[in-house]
Design a protein. Structure first.
Lengths: 113, 113
């Protein structure tokens, strides 16, 4: 069964540091890779997504880097803040189906002051 | 703007009892609708997917079923709950002309005792 492998499972970063989360995917029919942020007891919220006609997308402190040849993409959080403490999920298209996503297992990020 | 609602927010049910969780979307027509389950500390498992009224795709064999009686209503059901049905149930919607983004509801926390 198709998987998206996400690492690390948990991450502890000091305030102001850089948080990096990595994902690896399998073959997909098209390139669309979103990241979701989930706070405890809430539904995931779309954080940032990339459609890689570019190798990088930046929105504020959040950047997605994409390596198509390696089938990998990553989320970088610059100047990490305690309010960024949440669980982060990457996702990729589910095979060749244009309407479904498969999610990574999540990374729990804790940012300490 | 579009909004998605789920209820109830929390539910405690005995083993063997029936289940009905409801999801409704406002502000869009003909959305794709999804049911996910999230076990504690785990990723998002796609349970059901619907592209239109009465059209349901089941992703994982299980004790649950889904129905879509109206365009913007999606219901998750069970005739007899199992302990293993406990989890956080999330409804999501997407609208293909807007892209592949999925938008999640607030979730229902189900505990089966």
């Amino acid at each position: 069964q198709q998987q998206v492998k996400q690492s690390p499972q948990s991450l502890i970063v000091q305030k102001g540091g850089i948080s990096i989360i990595n994902c690896a995917y399998e073959n997909t029919a098209f390139d669309y890779f979103p990241w979701y942020q989930q706070f405890p007891g809430k539904g995931p919220a779309l954080l940032i997504a990339i459609r890689p006609d570019v190798s990088e997308k930046k929105e504020g402190r959040f950047t997605i880097s994409f390596n198509k040849s390696a089938k990998q993409f990553s989320l970088h959080i610059m100047d990490s803040q305690p309010g960024d403490s949440a669980t982060y999920f990457c996702a990729a298209p589910y095979g060749y189906d244009t309407d479904k996503l498969i999610f990574g297992t999540g990374t729990r990020l804790q940012v300490f002051p | 703007s579009q909004t998605i609602h789920q209820w109830p927010a929390t539910l405690v049910q005995p083993v063997g009892s029936p289940l009905s969780l409801e999801c409704t979307v406002e502000g869009t027509s003909n959305p794709n609708l999804y049911w996910y389950r999230q076990a504690a500390g785990r990723g998002l498992q796609l349970l059901f997917y619907s592209v239109g009224i009465g059209q349901i795709s089941s992703e994982v064999p299980q004790n649950l079923s889904a129905s879509r009686p109206q365009d913007r209503q999606f219901i998750l059901s069970s005739k007899k709950l199992l302990l293993s049905d406990s989890g956080f149930y999330l409804c999501a919607w997407s609208y293909t002309p807007l892209g592949n983004e999925q938008f999640f509801g607030p979730g229902t926390r189900l505990t089966v005792l």
